[in-house]
Design a protein around this ligand. Structure first.
Ligand code: EPZ
Length: 420
């Protein structure tokens, strides 16, 4: 079994290169199924969710050439089946984007229910509502989703809840539909804008992505014959920004879009950190104990739920008592049990957690419960006195490219070892 062995405390210092956004890339790859052609995608994060996405696309008939570890050329002219491999699609959440793109391309798809981090119920009713509004017939039985549509027809769709996945999935299905689709109460995350930009580069006609009303004018086909570079990862960037504050270090993040980081910057300044915004890079430093804060996670442009565990480490060490309200997921405080093993004083109750700031954490064996919880435990291990062994690394490897290499470059004493 693999584990990360982290010995702290270390104040992280130096530069880190931010990779392409996981939550954009895992949608852009299935979106290539809409293209009757060949395209190249650059700045892909080299993570297991991407590797599995490519395996699924190849099983559906796509031909993929890896130009390097962060770039592929993909030929989706031949799609030979409408049945996605269940063993692969159950490994992560974003496999459900195959539904929107295959409905648009082939008018039918059979795919297993998606997997992904255990954060609560994670229903897909808004996805199904959108597909049915476009004229598809969707059934869910025996753990499989079957979707069929003779011809998708554009329609007005109002999302009952702001949903990243449903917004992207309905956008995918609408691209080749006949007529115009409007998605009202749409999610506005940077990765949604990136998927829309990718599709428009390939010949789609999508307007308003990044606002709460997205308009998609259906087109005959997407041509491909283009290269697209995935947007820098807002959540990876926020992870390193919060690591700078938690470890009282000084980190410059290269290749990021600071506009996407405004809610994190605001909170870092509020707790006493410093931020220097240089448009495509950002410097974060903190040379004193952070102040307490009240965090409420919200859809973009609010404070991202995917940075809630990482902020939890900062608040565990803050001067005073803090509160986090998690408004998106029912069960995103599992990491607090692990931080409490390290000497944190956190009381989690449903969608609220109370943090009594402590002066230091101590190393301990801890277990990742989901992707972002894993990142938080790495930060906690770097802050803690002594050795922290971090297990269940498969969660981290789904979403962070070379996490130990990037932290080691910033001075962390961290290594990946195999334990018999
Ligand atoms: C995406 O998940 C991200 N995953 C998540 O990041 C992220 O936490 C989440 O958006 C919110 O930002 C990917 O992009 C692959 P939602 P998604 O649909 O699309 C409810 C990470 O760490 N809802 O925006 O599944 C849902 O229960 C991962 O990178 C419905 O009720 O999230 C939740 O309460 C973890 N019905 C809320 O909406 C639906 O049909 C937001 O979920 C869909 C969602």
């Amino acid at each position: 079994m693999e584990k990360l062995v982290v010995t702290g405390p270390t104040q992280l210092k130096g530069e880190v290169e931010i990779s392409g956004a996981k939550n954009a890339a895992v949608a852009i790859l299935p979106a290539t199924l809409l293209i009757d052609g060949v395209c190249t995608i650059e700045n892909l994060p080299h993570i297991s969710d991407i590797e599995i996405s490519c395996e699924i696309l190849e099983k559906l008939g796509a031909k993929i050439t890896w130009n390097n570890k962060n770039s592929i050329t993909i030929d989706t002219r031949e799609i030979k089946t409408t049945k996605a491999p269940m063993d692969l699609t159950s490994k992560f959440r974003a496999s459900y984007y195959i539904i929107g793109s295959m409905l648009g391309r082939k008018g039918e798809i059979e795919v297993g229910m998606p997997g992904g981090c255990k954060l609560g119920a994670r229903p897909i009713d808004q996805h199904i509502k959108g597909f049915e509004a476009l004229g598809a017939n969707v059934t869910v039985e025996k753990g499989k989703i079957n979707a069929k549509a003779k011809k998708l027809k554009g329609a007005p769709i109002y999302m009952d809840i702001v949903s990243v996945g449903a917004t992207i999935n309905v956008m995918l299905a609408a691209v080749l539909a006949k007529g115009t689709t409007t998605i009202d109460n749409a999610a506005k995350e940077p990765h949604i804008v990136d998927v829309a930009n990718f599709l428009n580069t390939m010949g789609a006609d999508i307007r308003g992505a990044g606002t709460d009303v997205i308009k998609i004018n259906g087109v005959e086909k997407l041509h491909g014959d283009a290269t697209y570079s995935v947007v820098p990862d807002q959540i990876e960037a926020g992870t390193f920004m919060l690591a700078a504050v938690a470890t009282r270090g000084d980190i410059t993040l290269k290749n990021c879009i600071t506009k996407h980081l405004e809610s994190i910057t605001a909170k870092i300044i509020e707790v006493g950190g410093n931020v220097e915004d240089n448009i495509d890079s950002i410097r974060v430093w903190c040379n004193k104990r952070p102040n307490k804060a009240h965090i409420k996670t919200l859809p973009y442009p609010g404070f991202p739920t995917d940075l809630q565990p990482q902020m939890g480490v900062v608040l565990s060490l803050a001067n005073g008592n803090s509160v986090i309200n998690e408004s998106i997921w029912e069960s995103r405080f599992q990491y607090t049990d692990e931080l409490n093993k390290m000497g944190a004083k956190i009381t989690a109750n449903g969608k609220t957690a109370f943090f009594e700031g402590v002066k230091k954490l101590s190393g301990a064996p801890v277990y990742c419960t989901d992707l972002r919880a894993g990142a938080a435990l790495v930060i906690a291990g770097i802050c803690a006195q002594g050795e922290t062994d971090i297990y269940n690394l498969q969660h981290i490897d789904r979403g962070y490219e070379d996490i130990e290499g990037k932290f080691r470059k910033l001075g962390a004493n961290i290594k990946r070892v195999t334990e018999e």
